[in-house]
Design a protein around this ligand. Structure first.
Ligand code: AMP
Length: 424
C-alpha cells in the first residue's frame, strides 16, 4: 500500500520514500488516516514501530494551509521525555517536510544545554515545537513563545514522561494549551496513571494497539548464553571478534559499570565507548553521532539507550547485565531489528541471575534454549533462592552458609521488587 493511499499528499509520500519507507507500517496505516481526519488518537506503540512518522506525516499535512511563521505562535507541540528523542523527532520533521511548499519552522527545545541559542531560535516564531516539558516551561517564562494557539498536541512516550517524574511540569504545560485542540497520545505501556492522563486529554480517540513487542517475534533472534559473571567481558570480546559483529550496543546496570566495561574493551583493542546519563549533553551527542557514523564498534550503555533512541539497523544488542524487568527487556532488544531489519539480541545469564532471567522469560512468554560457548562453560552454582524453605534440596555439594542464606533472601526480595516495579 503506498503512502498516498492513506490520504497523504505526494510531497510527503515522496519524502517518506526518500527515507527508505517503501510501505506504511501497521501503526502508520492506522494512525495517518485518523489524524488526517482530525481525530484524537490513543496509540500503544513501541519505538521501532514507525510511530514517529505515524504522527509527523499527518501533522505536517494538517499544518498546510494554516497561517505559518506567526511570531511566537506555536501551532503544533510535541512533548517528549528525553533530549535524544527530541532531537530525533526534530530531524524526522525536517526530513519529511523537505518537499512541502509551505515548510513549517521547527524548534527543538531541551534542557541540559544553554537556553540562549534556543531563545534566539525562537525569534520570529516556530510553527512546530518539539520539547521536553521543563525547558519548554522555562522558555514560556522567558516569554520566548506562547502556547495559546497550539491546535495539535502530541505526547510521545507518555509513560516515560511520567516515569521520569515530569507529571507536574506536564500538568503546567497542559494548563497553558487551548482546550479545543487535536491530541495524539503515544505510549508503550498503559499503567493506571497513563490511562488517567490519557482519559483527561483525549476526546473519543481512535484507539490503536500495535502488539507490544513486534520486534521480539520474527525479526530479532534472541539468544541466551550461560556464562560465569566474571568471564563475561572475555566472552563478549570473543563473540564480537569471532562473529565479526559491528556496532554492538551493550547494556549494563550502572553508569559506573558502563565506564568500566567500555574502558576494558577499549584496552582490549575494540573501539568501545560509553553512553549514559552521567555524561554531559555534548559527550552523549558525540558518542551517539560517532556510533551512527560507525566510528565505534561497541557502545556500553545503561537503560538510557533502551528507549527512544533510533540508530537505524543496529545489528546486535547484548544484555551484559540483565534488565530489571521484562518491559525493559523488550525496550532493550527493540534497539535491534528495527522496522523490518533483522537483528540479534544476546543475553548473558550467570548462576546469580538465572532466577531473574526465568522471571523475564515467564513474563514475556518466552522459553529460549540456553547456550554455552566452548571454553566459557559456567562453573558457578546458583545459590538457592529459598535455602531454608522446602525446595532447598536441589543443589548438591554446596551447603549454604548463614551469609549465603542472607544474601539469597535479599536477592530474592530485590528480584521480586524489581520484577514488579515499573521500569525506570
Ligand atoms: P520509530 O518507531 O518512529 O522510532 O521508527 C523506527 C525506525 O523505523 C526509524 O529508523 C524509521 O526511520 C523507520 N521507519 C519508520 N517508518 C518506516 C516505514 N514505513 N518503512 C521503513 N522504515 C520505517
Amino acid at each position: 500500500m503506498p503512502f498516498t493511499a492513506l490520504g497523504l499528499v505526494p510531497a510527503l509520500a515522496q519524502a517518506a520514500a526518500e527515507l527508505g519507507f517503501t510501505a506504511p507500517t501497521p501503526i502508520q496505516q492506522a494512525a495517518i488516516p485518523a489524524v488526517l481526519q482530525g481525530q484524537d488518537v490513543l496509540a500503544t506503540a513501541q519505538t521501532g514501530s514507525g510511530k514517529t512518522a505515524a504522527y509527523v506525516l499527518p501533522l505536517l499535512q494538517r499544518l498546510q494551509g494554516a497561517p505559518l511563521h506567526t511570531p511566537r505562535r506555536v501551532r503544533a507541540l510535541v512533548l517528549v521525555p528525553t533530549r535524544e528523542l527530541a532531537a530525533q523527532v526534530g530531524e524526522v520533521l525536517r526530513s519529511l517536510a523537505q518537499h512541502l511548499t509551505e515548510r513549517p519552522k521547527v524548534a527543538v527545545l531541551f534542557g541540559g544545554v544553554s537556553i540562549n541559542p534556543q531563545m534566539m531560535a525562537l525569534r520570529g516564531g516556530a510553527d512546530v515545537v518539539v520539547a521536553t516539558p521543563g525547558r519548554l516551561l522555562d522558555l514560556v517564562e522567558h516569554n520566548a513563545l506562547r502556547l495559546s494557539a497550539v491546535d495539535m498536541l502530541v505526547l510521545d512516550e507518555a509513560d516515560r514522561l511520567l516515569d521520569l517524574g515530569f507529571a507536574d511540569e506536564l500538568a503546567r504545560v497542559l494548563a497553558l494549551l487551548p482546550v479545543q485542540r487535536h491530541t495524539l497520545f503515544f505510549s508503550a505501556t498503559f499503567p493506571p496513571e497513563v490511562q488517567a492522563l490519557a482519559g483527561g486529554l483525549l476526546r473519543t480517540p481512535e484507539r490503536i494497539d500495535i502488539p507490544s513487542a513486534p520486534v521480539a517475534d520474527a525479526v530479532v533472534l534472541q539468544r541466551v548464553i550461560q556464562v560465569d559473571a566474571d568471564r563475561r567481558t572475555q566472552l563478549l570480546r570473543k563473540l564480537i571478534k569471532d562473529n565479526g559483529w559491528e556496532r554492538v550496543l551493550v547494556f549494563v546496570a550502572t553508569q559506573y559499570a558502563a565506564e568500566r566495561l567500555a574502558t576494558k574493551l577499549h584496552h582490549g583493542d575494540l573501539y568501545a565507548t560509553s553512553f549514559h546519563g552521567g555524561l554531559s549533553q555534548g559527550a552523549r551527542k558525540q558518542a551517539l553521532d560517532e556510533f551512527k557514523q560507525k566510528r565505534w564498534d561497541v557502545v556500553v550503555t545503561t537503560d538510557l539507550a533502551a528507549r527512544g533512541i533510533d540508530i537505524a539497523q543496529l545489528p546486535v544488542v547484548v544484555n551484559f547485565d540483565l534488565p530489571r524487568s521484562a518491559v525493559d527487556y523488550v525496550h532493550r532488544i527493540g534497539r535491534t531489528g528495527r522496522a523490518g531489519e533483522s537483528g540479534l539480541a544476546v543475553s548473558f545469564v550467570s548462576a546469580d541471575t538465572e532466577a531473574h532471567w526465568n522471571l523475564i522469560e515467564k513474563r514475556q512468554g518466552l522459553s529460549l534454549p540456553r547456550e554455552q560457548i566452548a571454553g566459557f562453560e559456567p562453573v558457578e552454582v546458583a545459590v538457592p533462592r529459598n535455602p531454608v524453605g522446602p525446595d532447598n534440596g536441589g543443589i548438591k555439594g554446596k551447603r549454604p552458609s548463614k551469609k549465603d542464606k542472607l544474601r539469597a533472601a535479599a536477592a530474592a526480595a530485590a528480584l521480586e521488587a524489581g520484577a514488579q516495579s515499573t521500569p525506570e
